[in-house]
Design a protein around this ligand. Sequence first.
Ligand code: SF4
Length: 881
Amino acid sequence: MTKSVRSTCAYCGVGCGVIATKGDGDSWSIKGDPDHPANFGRLCSKGSSLAETLSLDGRLLEPQVNGQTVTWDTALDTVAGKFSKFAKEYGPEAIAFYLSGQLLTEDYYVANKLAKGFIGTPHVDTNSRLCMASSVAGHKRAFGFDTVPACYEDLDVADLTVLIGSNAAWCHPVLFQRMQKNRAERGAKLVTIDVRDTATTQESDLALIIKPGSDAFLFNGLLCALEQLGVLDDGFISAHCNGFEETLARASKDCADAHSVAKATGLDVDDVRRFFTLFASTEKTVSCYSLGIHMSSSGSDKVNAILNCHLATGRIGKTGAGPLSLTGQPNAMGGREVGGLANQLAAHLDYDEASLDKVRRFWNAPNMVTGEGFKAVKMFEAMSEGKIKAIWIQSTNPAVSLTNSLAVRHALEKCEFVVVSDCMENTDTLAFADVKLPAAAWGEKSGTVTNSERRISRQRQFMAAPNNAKPDWWMVNEVATRMGYGSAFAHRNAGEIFDEHARLSAFENLNERDFDLSGLCGLSALQYEKLNPVQWPVNDAAPEGTPRMFTNGRFFRAENKAAFVPVSPRLPVEKVVEDFPLIAISGRVRDQWHTMTRSGKSETLSRHRPEPFVEISTIDANKFDLKKLGLAKITSRLADCIFRVRISDTQRPGTIFVPIHWSKENSSGGLIGALFASHTDPVSGQPEGKSMPVRIAPVEVQFTGLIISRKSLDPKLPVFWTRASSINCHLHTLAIAKEPDEGWHERVAYFLDVEPANLVVYEDKAAGIFRAAHFRGNAIDSAVFISRGHAPLEETEAERWFNSDMATTNNRWMSLSPEPMNGDKARGPIVCACSGVGANAIKQAIISGKATTVEDIGHLLKSGTNCGSCLPEIKQLISAL
Ligand code: SF4
């Protein structure tokens, strides 16, 4: 019988359901779950490629202390012993936990409980601080709790969707396709507001490309326009809200008319008016916002500027109307529920005396904290200052993902005791670990995650955890037990933790708190195993869950009213100056996830954007003397990085785009976190990771290279290098300043650690071409391609040889062909990851006249027919040719 297991995608906050099905041997296939209400069977390129990331390649499989493999007992005793010692010598507040939206809710719950109730340190924060903390702050200020009002169903029936600071076509593709379906089938409108032209803005009815950081001017202006156009819901405002007059008065100060808004945002005044009119005249409006809003030194105010407009029109708690923040990570929401943020306790409770007392009694906690802890940026600053002396980092890579990442590395170096639990063995952060704990990966562990619409879904184990990999909750409970808290951490499985989490949410709740899982208390093991996706709150009033909140107009602030929050718009802290004349904007690419530790294992995903790159307008490329596919050095006042140049007419002059995914582990100079300063939002503590003044200059190199090898190599000498995975091999791209004095042959043999005579070589000195391959028996072991100029190779004949032992004594020279020799053309950058279709095939179909529309391309090549994430790129190719 075929074994199939329902689970949830490991990547973004859309929270798509998947079905894992056992294939031959150890193989598994992953497809979308047609019954999951988040995706109804659809998956994007990342979800579709999950099966490619299940291998043990690169996994951390054994515990280590100071670089030595040890037993679990030794590792756990070491952590528990050090934490106990540090708590005694320096006080519990010398210990910190840095958690992750990748963790399951059950992992998060016990880590937070151990820190805040038993060790007695409030310093628990999470990488979700970098992703959506401003929404948490905005929700709490407006509604009283961190409550997401709307749900995905609203996107199917809205007449207008406004996407703000969100490249959803790439970052939340399954939801974006849902919005597009609504446009196609119901004629709904889509307005996008962003600082750059993206795959998302290109698919909208109205794209507003605004000055970086000016979003709150636009929404303050919208609030004024709603009043001027006479569409305020006065009844809703007076019955259900406080603070409208002063909020409107504040907005009117500098955003009272379309002209002043146009000036502040850099928009055309007619576009501003079109947006205001459309919003005003469309009752069923959903506003979705994401990191472009959150990741700002004024992120909370931007969130409240958006929420103010929905409250003012009563467009909240209604079908097809409401604000909906899109979370980046698969379980950012679960972390918020259990108190994974330094400024929240557990079960959405705050640090007031009554809440502290409740949690203390519920946990029977001996060392309950009394106040908030350090938020992420402050936590690492405190580490640098010597206040934090020990940290346990779980399933995240702050040495790459935090802003001012060189300072974070300095802090980790200084920290006396660093524990890192992770499923991969070579992350930048693990390099600083005294203790490394091997975590079970996706597919190997069980628990729950909560998506952007408050929907709790099961992640189910379908593979055995390899070697000594263990679930994170197990490690925490073992450390707690060794510290003397065993009776409070005696859970035998994730289901028992979930039950405690649900009971805490219900404990003395009396309908006063939004987060209520009383309807899920006391689930049997079988009920937990079979738990269907459900949206909280789940209680007597809503035993099947709650699709949308505030349907009765009751909020959680004084008098059960919502609060308007007056917003004084602020631009990013750092401004362009003569030395740093461009604004760098960071973001994601379609087919990678965070620091690539998992998505980087997929050959399919690695081919969409294989190298760290900078996107720059033609005007600025000319101004700064940059060449297409050349290299550029980007310098901020903190650091510099080197990127491949992509000249793009969709990039606004004066700004550049740089992706967040590359690290020191997989590139020479793609660590963009080092460029960005850590200016934080005063309310949410979220750092301004999206805007930094920089300068840019060309980097001259003479040669481009590609090394394909069985082993992952450390090509640190060239000016620029990257490392990526392919099938049975690793790809290393290089840019080299000049030919080595001893010549390529000697240098390459030395680098590969082989005898020069054992290389098969082709060299054309005049043309500046050197190619070589090395074999072990009939198996290719490595291949090297070096050529003068800038054009990186895409696919070679040699790469195919790593999949089978093709070599004979007579045919080895064929592996040196820079293109596949089986008649296939190199695919070029992958456009459609689901069907593995590259740009070259699509261009060929268009040039040959066989395809003139995206539908033709779909019929001919199947590209764009699955998740649809690549449709904007296919359209671009059609219009460019
Ligand atoms: Fe996974 Fe893609 Fe769905 Fe996000 S949209 S949950 S990455 S399949």
